[in-house]
Design a protein around this ligand. Structure first.
Ligand code: ARG
Length: 261
């Protein structure tokens, strides 16, 4: 492939790429020459991804770096809106999406997922002095507002269950980040935030006057989103994950951020 790329006729290169793609992609056109592995995330989701000053930190960032190291590639991190990750991976703008992202049937229609590297549970955060004492109290009087991060599974579940419980669309307030939803809870704009358990713990630890309601909701698997056509990268990532697991590196990254209780 290196020789082909030297050919100055762009048309010819495009034609070759099209031919390779049509051949079913066995002789990969992309990753052979590529030295950069572009990861999309939404870095307001501790302990999976967050900013520490100008730097990115968190479980997903370290896993992505370890995968890039194994593939001999340079990791490039793009911090984008959560809802744009799947589409961007699908169109090839990003090589992979790593964002504490839950495997869902709907997302599987657009992208492939790696093997799962972690699990999450949806929980509910309220203020310490809240009248909401249990998940049952969420049924409430129809006036309660729920804060979620837009396009997350928390958003999807909240939207689905509010209807069951006699609420409407206006009761779900969508924020750009989980951190923004938590801010809205602190200022009384919403009465509950529905979000993944580990970020919930981080937010409760970092903000006074918040607590997580007892009882869990939906259990989910986190995995890495990769374009459907990019089966080679999917295989590479799965192999890298399997190695990281057997080396104990995956566990050590996770326990660095989530100390055993
Ligand atoms: N697990 C949830 C989902 O996949 C939330 C993920 C949000 N991640 C983030 N980096 N903000 O929808």
């Amino acid at each position: 492939m290196k020789k082909f790329l030297k050919i100055t006729s762009i048309v010819l290169v495009i034609a070759l790429v099209a031919v390779f793609a049509a051949c079913g992609g066995k002789g990969d056109t992309d990753t052979d020459e590529k030295t950069t592995l572009v990861m999309a995330t939404n870095a307001a989701f501790p302990p999976y991804e967050y900013k520490e000053g100008d730097n990115f930190a968190g479980i997903d960032i370290e896993i992505a770096q370890a995968i890039a190291d194994k593939l001999g590639m340079t990791l490039e991190i793009k911090d984008v809106e959560f809802g744009s990750i799947v589409g961007g991976v699908q169109t090839g703008k990003f090589d992979m999406g790593i964002a504490g992202m839950t495997v869902t049937d709907e997302r599987l229609e657009s992208v492939n997922f790696s093997t799962s590297y972690a699990t999450g549970i949806q929980v509910v955060i309220v203020t310490e002095d809240s009248a909401i004492k249990s998940l049952d109290d969420l049924k409430g009087d129809g006036s309660m507002k729920f804060g979620v991060q837009q396009d997350t599974t928390g958003d999807i579940y909240a939207s689905a269950s509010v209807e069951e419980d006699g609420y409407g669309e206006e009761n779900v307030i969508r924020y750009k980040t989980g951190a923004d939803a938590v801010q809205a809870l602190k200022t009384g704009k919403v009465q509950a935030v529905i979000i993944d358990n580990e970020p919930a713990k981080s937010f409760v630890a970092a903000n006074e006057g918040l607590k997580i309601l007892d009882g869990t909701w939906v259990e989910e698997n986190y995995a890495i989103a990769i374009a459907k056509e990019n089966t080679e990268l999917l295989e590479d990532v799965n192999n890298a994950l399997a190695e990281l697991k057997s080396e104990g590196k995956l566990d050590s990254i996770i326990s660095k951020y989530i100390p055993a209780e």
